[in-house]
Design a protein around this ligand. Structure first.
Ligand SMILES: O=C(O)CCC(=O)C(=O)O
Ligand SMILES: [Fe+2]
Length: 161
């Protein structure tokens, strides 16, 4: 488990480097501002019992939320139930099922990244609906910068935003 955690943190750091490049920043930008210093994150091991009935819309496996770090990497056992809302500011929310891709992580943008990019990258609103089937998932957050003040970056990619 510790080995998995180290590897998933490192995959997350590499993804964050790609996000930096997409923002026209230096590959190591987030590293250099101290986002990984000290390395910080978590691994959440989740089990959803199978007994709940999907007929009751009020009962959620996980109610609607966005994650609070920079990004989260999510691995599931392939049992459905995870849904995303692509336009979280529009009401009513429209929910779409996330299809499982074997061997792939689901990557969610977190609130910290939304703030840093001044909403250019929006944090993903998601929830888990019960499917009447037992389900396991592992959530890992790559970066929970607790020592930095997170405010919108003044960078070229954000000028028209
Ligand atoms: O179990 C899932 O698919 C989602 C878990 C989740 O959203 C979380 O741990 O923040
Ligand atoms: Fe989440």
């Amino acid at each position: 488990m510790e080995d998995y955690y180290k590897q998933v943190l490192s995959a997350g750091e590499r993804l964050i480097s790609l996000i930096a490049l997409a923002l026209d920043l230096e590959e190591n930008f987030f590293h250099d501002v101290g986002a990984f210093n000290p390395p910080n994150g978590f691994l959440r091991l989740l089990h959803y019992p199978g007994e709940l009935s999907s007929s009751n819309e009020e009962i959620y496996g996980a109610s609607a939320h966005s994650d609070y770090g920079m990004i989260t990497l999510l691995a599931t056992d392939g049992v459905g139930g995870l849904q995303v809302c692509k336009e979280k500011l529009k009401k009513p929310h429209v929910w779409e099922d996330v299809q499982h891709i074997s061997g792939a992580f689901i990557v969610n943008i977190g609130d910290m990244m939304e703030r840093w990019t001044n909403c250019l990258f929006r944090s993903t609103l998601h929830r888990v609906m019960p499917r009447g089937q037992e389900r396991y998932s592992v959530t890992s957050c790559s970066c929970l910068t607790i020592h930095l003040l997170i405010k919108p970056l003044v960078i070229k990619a954000l000028r028209s935003n």
